[in-house]
Each structure stands twice: as C-alpha cells, then as structure tokens.
Design a protein around this ligand. Structure first.
Ligand code: SAM
Length: 213
C-alpha cells in the first residue's frame, strides 16, 4: 500500500518527537526509557494508519507498544490518533523494519504483530515479505525466547507462503485460523486493523497464525 503524499505529515512528525522516533538505532536496548513505565514491549511491523496498535495500547495499559511504519504519511495518520489519545504506553517509529536488529537489542521485545503485510507476490520480491526467513531471524534475535509472533492477512497466497516459511524456520504453531471471524471466542479478543475492517466487511475470510520460535 502506497499512500499519496501529504505535505503536513513530515512537519507533524518533526513537531512531535515525544511520540515518534525517526532515529530508532539510538534507543537500541533503551526503549523502556521512552515510556512512562517499564513493562513488556510489543511491536507491530507495518502498522499502516495505526488503528490496531492504538487500540491495543488502550486495551492493555500494562504493556508497552511500538508501531513501526516506513511510510511518512501512514505514520503521520497514526500520529494524529495518538495526539488525540496521548497514550503513555505507545510510541511510533518511522523506519524500515528491515533494520530491526539495529533498532532493538536481543530479548528486548515480548511479542511481534504483523497485520495485512504487503504480499509482494512476484518471486523476485520474496525477500521483502515480512515472513521471509531474514525477517524471521531478526524477530528471533530481538524477541524473548517464549515470545509470540502473530500474523493476520486476507491474502491466501501470502498466508500459505508464511506457513511454509515459519515451519521451515523451525517455528511452532500455537494456533492457525482459516476464518478468524468465524471463531466466536477469538473474535472477543480480536483487535481489528484498518485493512481487516475493509476486507472482512466484504465477506473475505481473515487468516491468522500465532507461532513461537
Ligand atoms: C497493507 S498495509 C497494512 C496496514 C495495517 N497493518 C493494517 O492492517 O491496516 C502494510 C503496511 O506495512 C508497511 N510496511 C511494509 N513493509 C514494511 C517494512 N519493511 N517496514 C515498515 N513498514 C512496512 C507499508 O508501508 C504499509 O503501510
């Protein structure tokens, strides 16, 4: 997803360094300093417009959250939400997730969320998929040993690819859903993303997996 440029986004981010980090390497091993309280840290890679991570931070005040996004405009839209909410357990990072091990120290992260990640369907684009083995290696390095990776998507091809990629990396699946919204128990705890709302309202099934290294 590429959003059209919005001239307000960059200045808004620059005016709010208390909520948005644009130099994440400087906080490697020190992220807890950015929050009101030191508590387990969960990150979403590719947060888009930020609905999921904002709602998670509201729902779970005893955890800290970081929404990471490489597009300035999407980060700016997420920032607008945080400017309304002012959540002390939420920070935003505008950077490419390919640098995760430069941004986070070993075991610094308690869990990772990937939601409706770009599918990059062509074979030559495989390395950009957020469930490609180089990303999995980075998640393993920065996450605590029993940390969980959760991935939701509407894209069956990307989901099948990800099942194979995680399995071949030696990960253990906690649970796999082929139609998340049909599971009444799972729906109670489910926090919707912008993309999830869009696709599920069209009747498309949402795939989800939860796995550990
Ligand atoms: C299809 S959108 C989904 C947004 C949101 N998670 C949702 O479910 O509504 C995927 C987002 O991931 C971001 N993204 C893709 N690759 C990324 C990377 N390597 N690092 C950071 N963000 C990334 C894109 O810029 C885009 O905003």
């Amino acid at each position: 997803m590429r959003l059209r440029n919005k001239p307000w986004a960059k200045p808004l981010i620059e005016a709010n360094p208390q909520w948005v980090v644009t130099n994440p390497s400087e906080y490697r091993g020190k992220w807890q300093e950015r929050f009101e309280k030191a508590q387990p840290l969960y990150i979403e890679v590719g947060m888009g417009k930020g609905r999921f991570i904002v709602e998670m931070a509201k729902k779970y005040p005893h955890y800290n959250f970081i929404g990471l996004e490489m597009q300035t405009v999407a980060t700016g839209i997420a920032l607008k939400k945080q400017l309304v909410e002012q959540l002390p357990n939420l920070q935003l990072v505008c950077a490419n997730g390919a640098g995760l091990t430069e941004f986070f120290a070993t075991d610094e992260v308690a869990g990772i969320y990937l939601n409706f990640s770009d599918p990059w369907p062509k074979n030559r684009q495989e390395k950009r998929r957020l469930t490609y083995k180089s990303f999995l290696a980075a998640y393993k390095e920065i996450m605590v040993a029993d940390g969980q990776l959760e991935f939701k998507t509407d894209n069956r091809g990307l989901f099948e690819y990800s099942l194979a990629s995680l399995n071949n990396f030696g990960m253990t699946f906690e649970k796999v859903w082929l139609d998340l919204h049909a599971d009444e128990e799972a729906v109670v705890d489910n926090v919707m993303t912008e993309y999830e709302e869009k696709f599920s309202s069209k009747g498309q099934p949402i795939y989800k997996l939860a796995a550990r290294f």
